[in-house]
Design a binder for this molecule. Structure first.
Ligand SMILES: *[C@@H]1O[C@H](CO)[C@@H](O)[C@H](O)[C@H]1NC(C)=O
Ligand SMILES: *[C@@H]1O[C@H](CO)[C@@H](O)[C@H](O)[C@H]1NC(C)=O
Ligand SMILES: *[C@@H]1O[C@H](CO)[C@@H](O)[C@H](O)[C@H]1NC(C)=O
Ligand SMILES: *[C@@H]1O[C@H](CO)[C@@H](O)[C@H](O)[C@H]1NC(C)=O
Length: 392
């Protein structure tokens, strides 16, 4: 009896119990859950994995139990993965209110009976095909499984699951991911430092010097990785040297000097002052070191640093990245969405708000190639694993 009453009251007592931190909780939410393994690797692999877990829970008509992300990039030693709760990075309430009716994330405290669960073992290997994976999900979405409060996926991380959803579904989930205040405040600080640096160049307060964010993948680890990739796939435009990047960026059409170049680089390159040299006259390069921000940065775990850099690149007037990088690719996806919202029919033009370019592919006038995301693509494959297809 007590149990039944508790069960009936639970959803309401949660929403009224938290007064200041208003919890968005619509009525008639189905209290069935999906649990997934800890989400690992780079920021954007983690975002894709999270979105894939959300879309899986949507297919199973369940709510996703808030997963752990990983604060650290170490993935070889499991004990160094530093789990970090989703709501330490992204705003939980905002996520559910923006994604209401599409996908939903729940807290573990919403689960009434922790032992009422069934495990879903993801298959692996070559014989575990896309079709078999889809059949398994269809099976688990049947009403028979409604007796289980929770379905727990066991096996590999969601980034490696088979993909069954169009780019537009992923884009919807990404739009609901808003950084928590503490992190977005730090991103604001970087952007205002860049803007301040800009007014120091022009000395005109009414004019805002545009900034170009360049996601430079030129550190040694990446160069080794991308050279191997080029050999394996017989493609020659994956790696770009610093010289290629500086030349192509110098030739971005419609970009009138003076401009600021914000160089988003791996930590090791912050020690290398030569990356600030060799840029075109009138293009003023800055990195976190020159902006005086390295001290704040060093104390932050990898995931938070990447989230801040991502935000700074997202807001840049112009972005240039490598089409084989997941970080660059997701940025272009979100920037394309932003641009299309301004009402332009097509984002493949130089004179739009927030244009993006791939510096590893040659475009007009020896500049970098214009780049947008094809939001009608039927799978995220091209974005998550990199390609030279730029939809422009
Ligand atoms: C999902 O659950 C809701 C609430 O129980 C129900 O109304 C709806 O029909 C379900 N959808 C599917 C596809 O099973
Ligand atoms: C919780 O679920 C398990 C497995 O379904 C069941 O055996 C048990 O009775 C449930 N406990 C309560 C308190 O309902
Ligand atoms: C690699 O690509 C080049 C040019 O596209 C082509 O001529 C060559 O035959 C290819 N080599 C292999 C091993 O596929
Ligand atoms: C976008 O993707 C759709 C579906 O795959 C395809 O029909 C269309 O041609 C693509 N558009 C561009 C510009 O690549």
């Amino acid at each position: 009896m007590v149990l039944i009453i508790r069960t009936l009251l639970l959803p309401n007592s949660i929403s009224f119990g938290v007064s200041e931190n208003y919890e968005f909780k619509p009525r008639n939410v189905r209290m069935k859950f999906l649990e997934v393994p800890q989400i690992v690797w780079g920021l954007n692999n983690q975002k894709i994995a999270f979105a894939r877990a959300c879309l899986t829970s949507r297919m199973l008509n369940r709510s996703l139990l808030m997963p752990s992300l990983s604060a650290s990039l170490f993935y070889k030693e499991i004990d160094q993965l530093q789990p970090i709760s989703f709501d330490k990075v992204f705003n939980f309430e905002k996520f559910n209110s923006l994604c209401d009716g599409f996908v939903r994330v729940s807290r573990y405290s919403d689960v009434r009976n922790q032992s009422n669960l069934i495990e879903l073992q993801k298959g692996s290997g070559r014989r575990w095909t896309l079709e078999r994976d889809l059949d398994q999900l269809k099976e688990f979405s049947k009403r028979d499984y409604d007796v289980y409060e929770t379905i727990r996926v066991v096996g590999k991380n969601p980034f490696l699951w088979h993909d069954h959803w169009p780019v537009s579904d992923y884009a919807k989930v990404f739009e609901c991911l808003v950084l928590v205040n503490e992190i977005s405040k730090e991103a604001n600080e970087v952007v205002s430092k860049i803007r301040e640096f800009g007014s120091g160049i022009t000395h005109v307060s009414s004019y805002q010097t545009p900034y170009v964010a360049i996601h430079m993948r030129i550190e040694k680890d990446w160069m080794i990785h991308c050279k191997k990739q080029e050999q394996r796939s017989n493609i020659s435009n994956i790696c770009s040297s610093k010289e290629e990047i500086t030349t192509r960026v110098a030739n971005i059409p419609t970009l009138e000097p003076p401009t600021i170049l914000y160089l988003a680089v791996a930590d090791v390159l912050l020690e290398d002052d030569t990356i600030l040299n060799g840029w075109k006259q009138g293009m003023h390069p800055v990195d976190k070191k020159r902006l005086g921000l390295t001290e704040n940065y060093k104390n932050r775990p990898y995931l938070i640093q990447a989230a801040i850099d991502y935000e700074v690149c997202l807001r840049a007037d112009v972005f240039a990245g490598n089409s084989y990088s997941t970080f660059s690719s997701l940025l272009v996806l979100e920037r394309t969405q932003k641009t299309l919202k301004t009402g332009v029919p097509h984002a493949c033009r130089n004179n739009i708000r927030w244009p993006s370019y791939a510096y590893n592919i040659k475009g007009e006038s020896d500049g970098p190639h214009l780049w947008m995301t094809n939001l009608s693509d039927s799978s995220l494959q091209a974005i998550s694993y990199g390609s030279s297809s730029l939809s422009c």
